[in-house]
Design a protein around this ligand. Structure first.
Ligand code: V47
Length: 397
């Protein structure tokens, strides 16, 4: 995987007025004695335990936790903050699963249900943004009637029409579903998609691995063990993926710790995860709409704890659509090194009441990052640098 060298990070840091890499580390301060041994481990680059993770969740000293996460983030990435120019495509919202966490899925034939013909997928891919896109992020509902070939053609057709664009498509949950429809193993499905042009996979559908919580929020989805098993297979067949965690609903601290530790263990085995993305639950228009939205404190802490516990994940993404652009900007000082991309069209959170804009322009992302005192780094999906001139876009390989 391409990654900026330490020298490159230093060089880039020294060209920004806002960047702060050369400053002296200000001292760690806390009045929470539970954080002292965690500080010592972080400085010694020792792995944090599940108990350490619990202590972090239970501490109110957000500035001390942020200090620690920021220290690790700067050790890994200096002042660089990544973003990309991408477009989301949700090919259908028809879904057999009826998850309580979701406001996006619809039963077939109800008002608002849609399924794109392949021609519409091509048109959507080409619409809505003037700058060259480097990634399509493609996910959809679990549609009982679409044939397996639809998905193969969708990938192959996009690759043929947009050969320069990286195709990051289908969650582990979709792969499990397609394997039933196509009557083949998940591994065979992954290989078929890879042959058709699939480049990597997004991190969705992981939710929270705990069975107790999955029964409440998404009882028709594959279980946590199956999600991890399919992620392992994807990595084994040579597909990188992301991982997510949905937080801020009915889970507790232990459930979140369990989720992070399971991801970390799989990553030790495969090194196939690129980025971890904590997703703040949006309750509106879901069967769980009596729950509250997450608070700023919970969002900041989740990013920071993720950075500290997932020591083997290269990147922690603060998805601006989820936590708002303003909060995503602040998280760049609390452990996040990536704020995702232009997105262009977002349906999953907007159906669940998100009030964020549908898209940000490349310039907006750059401004958010620069004003956070970080160095904007346009990446492709594999974190390689993207350079643009007036007429071309080039990815360094
Ligand atoms: O899996 C669904 C979540 C996920 C709601 O890999 C909800 O780069 C909050 O995975 N409130 C899909 N969350 C989005 C996703 C993602 C997004 C951006 C980047 C990447 C990446 C992945 O959204 C679902 C589910 O966990 N979700 N409904 C809701 N009401």
């Amino acid at each position: 995987m391409w990654a900026p060298s330490y020298d490159m990070i230093k060089r880039m840091s020294s060209v920004s007025d806002h960047a702060t890499s050369d400053r002296k580390l200000h001292p760690f301060q806390t009045d929470d004695t539970r954080l002292r041994p965690i500080h010592d481990k972080v400085m010694a680059q020792e792995r944090l335990s599940a108990d350490d993770a619990l202590a972090l969740y239970r501490s109110g000293d957000i500035l001390a936790i942020g200090w620690l996460a920021n220290h690790v983030r700067e050790r890994m990435h200096g002042d660089i903050a990544y973003f990309n120019v991408n477009r989301h495509i949700n090919y259908t919202n028809v879904c057999v699963a009826a998850c309580r966490l979701c406001a996006f899925g619809r039963k077939k034939d109800v008002p608002g249900a849609y399924t794109m013909a392949l021609e519409e997928v091509w048109n959507t891919a080409a619409s809505g943004y003037t700058e060259a896109i480097t990634e399509f992020h493609i996910v959809g509902g679990l549609h009982a009637d679409l044939p397996f070939q639809y998905y193969v053609d969708l990938i192959a057709g996009l690759k043929e029409r947009f050969p320069q664009v990286h195709l990051k498509a289908f969650t582990m949950v979709e792969i499990a579903f397609f394997s039933k429809i196509g009557k083949m193993s998940p591994r065979e499905v992954l290989i078929k998609f890879k042959e058709a042009g699939l480049d990597s996979m997004p991190g969705g559908g992981a939710e929270i691995f705990s069975d107790r919580i999955r029964h409440i929020i998404c009882d028709h989805k594959i279980d946590g063990g199956q999600w991890l098993e399919i992620a392992r297979m994807a990595h084994e067949v040579g597909l990188k993926s992301n991982a997510t965690m949905l937080y801020g609903h009915v889970e507790n601290d232990e459930d979140r710790v369990d989720h992070l530790i399971k991801l970390r263990a799989l990553q030790d085995d495969t090194h196939g995860f690129q980025t971890f993305i904590p997703l703040a639950f949006h309750p509106e228009n879901t069967p769980l709409q009596h729950l509250h939205s997450t608070t700023g404190m919970a969002d900041l802490k989740q990013i920071a704890v993720s950075r500290l516990v997932l020591d083997n994940f290269p990147h922690i993404k603060s998805y601006w659509q989820m936590v708002t652009p303003k909060m995503a900007q602040i998280t760049l000082r609390f452990g996040a090194d990536d704020i995702d991309g232009t997105v262009v069209e977002e349906k999953i959170y907007h159906d669940a009441g998100a009030t964020t804009p549908q898209m940000l322009r490349r310039q907006d992302l750059i401004r958010l990052i620069t004003e956070a005192g970080r160095i904007p780094f346009e990446r492709d999906t594999m974190y390689r640098p993207v350079t643009r001139t007036e007429t071309t876009v080039t990815v360094a390989v």
